[in-house]
Design a protein around this ligand. Structure first.
Ligand code: SF4
Length: 434
């Protein structure tokens, strides 16, 4: 069913109300309607989202300093970035030499960097700079890989295009570059960024199954660990959007199979451990799960009475909405909206299967639409990125930032953190909800 709300005619199919199983899905994967100020980011930022945490390379943005400033903060963490700071004269006369000198200067400033990533931006995409040629010339002088990340902001419908370009860069230039035998109990995590310790929670669970984490892309992805990543026996895809392309590529190139799982929520974590445990024939898996569930239920119990029956709206990165919808249901909350800036059919299918009838499913909503949805479904809590935060707070709705700002949400202990933070927000006196 279409949402019974005032919505632009060109946006109508992008928002639907779930009525049946399987649900009718919102239209997705399309460029934003011109003139609409959507919540999406550009492809350049999508590439930064994947590559920013790689610690031992130089990140150099070839573009105006505004793009560099935009790409500096990723998941609310500031990273060191270099920029060629393009100005009008560079656009008119070209900036190839400026880039070449910037690469050399950056390598002088960071002599122990193992490689240089050179990000294209819209300006460079339009002027048509020969990025690969300049990078190749500079690499001969600086004696290390200088790799173009050709994801100018306009090159796709959303940040999702940049995720895939970044994955291609890693596959071609970094993953599996050193020889080594397969590690019998070795795994990689793909699409896991260690937000507030999520990776540590997941690694602790994997260790209980006797598994060894070789590389997490890109939460723990140095040049050295990526070079060894082909030695894993299994790739575990945590964020489907950023991990799938890489997993497919590693399956084709190195023959490593992969599983797609989620560690958000009790049931999803248990399922993930079962799937992984089954692959490795780990006999202790049921005991690990039982212990984790027992402890999480006891610790989360005091918070559940504050959350039971409360309505929650979810609007964030595409492949998390399904598993997070399930986690909020485990908290006893009613998910009234599940949406994303850049979801694909698979994301909305998964989310649609996990929410109840009457839930709004929406792709690429803008601020005006979000206002309509909030008025229509009156959530007690909104979960999303920082762009929606102030709108919701002005409307008097408690807001939980996701990816989160404080504690890990992954694994059994992460579920307890989620319960505590959600309960703290909805019961804070300032919102007068209790
Ligand atoms: S859209 Fe283009 S100009 Fe804007 S931040 Fe992205 S790369 Fe820079």
């Amino acid at each position: 069913m279409q949402v019974p709300l005032e919505i632009l005619p060109s946006r109508r199919g992008h928002a639907v109300v779930k009525e049946s199983d399987p649900p009718v899905l919102p239209v997705c994967g399309q460029p934003t309607v011109p003139g609409v100020i959507s919540e999406r980011a550009c492809a350049f930022y999508g590439a930064r989202w994947v590559l920013a945490p790689i610690p031992d390379v130089i990140h150099l943005v070839h573009g105006p300093v505004g793009c560099a400033y935009y790409g500096r903060n990723v998941r609310r963490k500031g990273y060191r970035l270099f920029s060629t700071n393009l100005e009008e004269r560079d656009v008119v006369f070209g900036a190839g030499e400026k880039l070449y000198r910037a690469i050399l200067e950056a390598c002088t400033l960071v002599p122990d960097a193992r490689a240089v990533l050179v990000y294209a931006t819209c300006v460079v995409g339009i002027t048509g700079e020969d990025l690969p040629g300049i990078c190749k010339r500079a690499a001969r002088v600086v004696g290390r890989p200088v790799v173009p990340v050709n994801a100018p902001g306009f090159c796709g419908a959303s940040q999702a295009a940049g995720h895939d370009i970044a994955a291609r860069v890693l596959l071609e230039h970094f993953i599996g570059k050193e020889a080594g035998e397969p590690v019998e109990n070795g795994v990689n995590l793909l699409g896991e960024f260690n937000v507030q310790g999520d990776l540590d929670e997941i690694e602790a669970l994997l260790e209980q199954l006797g598994l060894k984490l070789i590389c997490a892309i890109s939460g723990r992805a140095s040049v050295a660990t990526m070079a060894q990543a082909h030695r894993a026996r299994l790739n575990i895809v945590h964020c489907r959007r950023t991990g799938h392309f890489l997993a497919e590529g590693m399956r084709e190139k190195f023959g490593i199979p992969y599983v797609k799982v989620s560690f958000f929520g009790i049931e999803e974590t248990a399922t993930a451990l079962r799937v992984i445990g089954q692959f490795f024939g780990a006999t202790e898996v049921e005991e690990v799960i039982a212990q984790g569930i027992r402890a999480a239920k006891v610790a989360a119990a005091p918070f559940l009475s504050k959350l039971g029956g409360k309505r929650v709206g979810l609007f964030f990165g595409a492949s998390r909405i399904g598993s997070m919808a399930k986690a909020f249901k485990e908290l006893g909350m009613d998910v009234v909206l599940a949406g994303s800036q850049f979801g694909c059919q698979e994301d909305y299918q998964e989310a649609g299967n996990k929410v109840a009838s009457g839930t709004v499913l929406v792709d690429d909503a803008h601020e005006r639409e979000l206002l309509e949805f909030v008025t229509y479904r009156q959530p007690h809590l909104w979960v999303g990125g920082t762009k929606e935060r102030f709108l919701m707070q002005k409307l008097g709705i408690p807001f939980l930032v996701f990816p989160q700002e404080n504690d890990p949400f992954a694994g059994f202990r992460g579920f307890v953190n989620l319960a505590r933070q959600a309960a703290g927000l909805v019961s804070a006196p300032v919102w007068r909800l209790t």
